[in-house]
Design a protein around this ligand. Structure first.
Ligand code: SAM
Length: 229
């Protein structure tokens, strides 16, 4: 069945793979192929994705260092009836990446937003973690500085459900130590390198995972899930 053409003046939020290039929907590919222009957090990465699917399309950058200036230009394009596909570095635009700002600007200016769903590290990690999924609390990245982190973690003490964080390999041990201090009896799952060759789910208490990483260096991208009994 032929699909309806893209709607003029719409900002499409297109989810792209978080590692495995096969994880992209037919609709995402069609949107990337048929839109007027793609606004990408990392143009090089997006061009690789387009090349692997033989899509010839114009790509401009949209990242945290040019978002204000670029937003004006994108809104002008929407005003002229163009269709824009926003893609982030990986996963769903707007989830812990710069996509959120342009969505706000576009809504405030009265333009249509359409979400083209697909991969997201959070929703890939949580169901496979084995931790409760009925209720969860997504925190994205914690700040880098210890005081800021402590303040946020303390504020989560009474929050029920599985806590979900994004964390870099450089701060994963720091986070495990913080969890050990606050919730030593918690069940923690480190979902690492999801959808990639070295995908791994490490399960244990904070101290068990600290012990695990005392013998090797944390590598790759992590989603950290925490359930407190
Ligand atoms: N927008 C993305 C999404 O939909 O998940 C997230 C972007 S955020 C800048 C990047 C963080 O997401 C990484 O530091 C890591 O915490 C998590 N992440 C992204 N890809 C991942 C993967 N393949 N495996 C585990 N975590 C991943």
């Amino acid at each position: 069945m032929p699909q309806a053409p893209l709607e003029p003046g719409t900002l499409y939020l297109v989810a792209t793979p978080i590692g495995n290039l096969e994880d992209i929907t037919l609709r995402a590919l069609r949107t990337l192929r048929e839109c007027s222009i793609i606004a990408a957090e990392d143009t090089r990465r997006t061009k690789q994705l387009l090349k692997s699917h033989e899509i010839d399309q114009s790509v401009i950058s949209y990242h945290k260092f040019n978002e204000t200036k670029r937003s004006e230009e994108l809104l002008n394009r929407l005003k002229n009836g163009q269709t824009i596909a926003l893609v982030s570095d990986a996963g769903t635009p707007g989830i812990s990446d710069p996509g959120g700002r342009i969505v706000q600007f576009a809504i405030n200016a009265g333009y249509r937003i359409e979400s083209v769903p697909g991969p997201c590290a959070l929703t890939t990690a949580l169901p496979a973690s084995g931790l409760p999924t009925e209720k969860f609390h997504f925190m994205g990245f914690l700040p880098h500085k210890s005081m800021g982190r402590k303040k946020i973690l303390d504020s989560l003490d009474k929050v029920s459900g599985t806590l979900c964080f994004y964390e870099s390999p450089y701060r994963i041990i720091k986070l495990l130590n913080e969890l050990q201090e606050l919730w030593p009896n918690s069940n923690v799952v480190l979902a690492r390198e999801l959808t990639k060759k070295f995908e791994e789910f490490l399960r244990g208490s904070p101290i068990e995972l600290i012990e695990f990483y005392s013998k090797r260096k944390p590598k790759g991208e992590f989603v950290v899930l925490v359930h407190r009994p």
